[in-house]
Design a protein around this ligand. Structure first.
Ligand SMILES: [Fe+2]
Length: 264
């Protein structure tokens, strides 16, 4: 399928080295063992190793991972994933930079890794670049801010339709139900039972340089690059996404701007 990827295809995607992940587990670490801040940056390969372990534990226990997951299993997984993403984002790793490709015209999705359980993607947003209102199919969606500032706006359908039952061309009205400003290290979660959403860097291209300079003078983290950067984890990987625009539903296959740091 164009624009999607499953691990095992050698096209530049960073695949998990399970032996390395196992070796990592044998090494005393300063990270990922709790909510405390690590003393050293947590690297993205460490994050991937811990994510694999968390998903494997649920699958080995017989749970199906999607947005209809067993509540006890989901609570455990959600807590762990949010903890890991927060630890990674706030440990100031910087190694996500090799995945952080921007585009002047629109936000872009840069694939870190995709496998049967999840896809991990670095999204890059210049000032004023915002996603359209969209769903997440049957998947869980976690996101963490790695750099800059973001805003998530959630929407609810105001038509008497069954969630997720819309077909392309259907008329569906949505209204804003919640708006959340997010800073470096903030972690969010959404699925189709909760809401639809759009996310983006709402600062204008004119405001952005001022904000970067202000943060730099204040010695604050964030705004290391020319826009905002977010880390998204979708589980299972999303193959088709619905867009809600002009009161009409359309459907598309999400693609990638780069894989493993290499432009596709
Ligand atoms: Fe989303």
């Amino acid at each position: 399928m164009p624009g999607t990827h499953v691990s095992g295809i050698d096209d530049g995607v960073v695949l998990v080295d399970y032996k390395a992940a196992a070796a990592l587990d044998a090494v005393p670490r300063t990270c990922c063992s709790g909510l405390e801040s690590p003393q050293l940056p947590v690297l993205i390969d460490q994050l991937l190793g811990e994510l694999h372990a968390a998903f494997k534990a649920e699958k080995d226990a017989g749970y199906v991972i999607d947005n209809n997951q067993d509540p006890v299993s989901f609570k455990r997984l959600n807590q762990r994933v949010q903890e890991l993403l927060k630890i990674y984002a706030t440990s100031n790793p910087g190694d996500w930079r090799r995945f952080a490709l921007f585009n002047d015209l629109h936000y872009v999705r840069n694939l870190v890794e995709a496998n049967d359980d999840f896809e991990l993607i670095v999204l890059c947003w210049k000032g004023g670049q915002v996603s359209r209102v969209h769903n997440h199919a049957a998947s869980h969606c976690w996101l963490a801010v790695l750099d800059g500032e973001m805003r998530e706006i959630q929407y609810q359908r105001i038509d008497p339709v069954v969630d997720g039952d819309e077909k392309p061309g259907d008329v569906v009205h949505v209204e804003v139900s919640k708006s959340t400003d997010m800073q470096l290290g903030d972690v969010g979660y959404i699925n189709d039972h909760l809401a639809l959403h759009s996310v983006g860097c709402y600062l204008s291209p004119e405001e952005l340089p001022e904000r970067i300079a202000l943060n730099s003078r204040a010695g604050r983290n964030g705004w290391q690059l020319e826009g905002s950067v977010t880390l998204h984890l979708y589980s299972p990987p999303i193959r088709r996404v619905k867009i809600y625009e002009d009161d009409t539903v359309t459907e598309r296959t999400p693609g990638y701007y780069s894989k493993g740091g290499v432009r596709v």
